[in-house]
Design a protein around this ligand. Structure first.
Ligand code: SAM
Length: 224
């Protein structure tokens, strides 16, 4: 077990600043409601608001939400993008959404129990036949810099695929997780696959890594 991440005070400045959820535009009608969990400074939420979606962005980091609100005020139509400082693990979100985005967020839920809980929460927050969009990191032991980090995490008894991310001074920022094929299968279970791809990318610090992008539609189930 490692110490929990404290995202309330991390200024996230990744090498690739945003990953606009383009497949959502191809499969979901404008006007649909979207929840962007872990929206940070709002780039992806604002991207969808600019294409006619009604977006709520939630993030535990107050400073990031402040930036998101200012950016939205300057760019989007009034009411199309709203932002809330909240911990998704505790926030009583009453609404159900047509789309829920998880962009580089499951990677921050390094403990399996929290990761499972976030995935379950995401599914609960979707309307019947709603869409999940996940863009996150794949476990890539063939990439040296990744393998060395996984091995260091494993030596500390951490979940397979967990590793430490440091700031420029070498101080620990947070523990991240890269996803194994069975974990990706767990994310995709219960959804019809509309978009699936894996691709080369860069980590927050600019190291080579691999990511996956998934858009799925919730399968009809008798109890949904
Ligand atoms: C790696 S960043 C990704 C941000 C953005 N989605 C992107 O891809 O650029 C993860 C985000 O999730 C937020 N986060 C982490 N834990 C959270 C929680 N429990 N509730 C809400 N947001 C959380 C962090 O503050 C951070 O903004």
């Amino acid at each position: 077990m490692s110490e929990p991440n404290d995202w309330t005070r991390i200024d996230y400045q990744p090498a690739i600043p945003d990953h606009p959820p383009v497949p959502v535009l191809q499969h979901v009608s404008p006007g649909s409601t979207v929840l962007d969990i872990g929206c940070n400074k709002g780039s992806d939420a604002i991207f969808l608001a600019g294409h006619g979606f009604r977006v709520l962005g939630i993030d535990i980091n107050g400073a990031a939400i402040q930036v998101a609100r200012l950016r939205a005020q300057a760019i989007t139509a009034p009411g199309s993008a709203e932002f809330r400082v909240a911990d998704i693990r505790e926030e009583p979100v009453a609404d159900r959404f047509d789309v829920v985005l998880l962009i580089r967020v499951l990677t921050c839920f390094a403990e399996s129990s929290e990761w499972d809980a976030l995935l379950r929460r995401t599914i609960q927050l979707l309307r019947p036949r709603g869409y999940i969009y996940v863009h996150d990191f794949l476990m890539s032991p063939d990439i040296d810099v990744c393998r060395i980090r996984y091995e260091a995490g494993a030596a500390l008894g951490w979940r397979s695929g967990n590793f430490q991310v440091n700031d420029a001074r070498g101080n620990r920022l947070f523990i991240a997780h890269h996803h194994s094929p069975p974990e990706v299968d767990a994310i995709r279970a219960g959804f019809e696959s509309l978009t699936w791809r894996s691709h080369e990318s860069l980590s927050m610090s600019g190291n080579p890594c691999r990511m996956f992008e998934f858009l799925g539609q919730k399968r009809t189930c008798r109890n949904s």
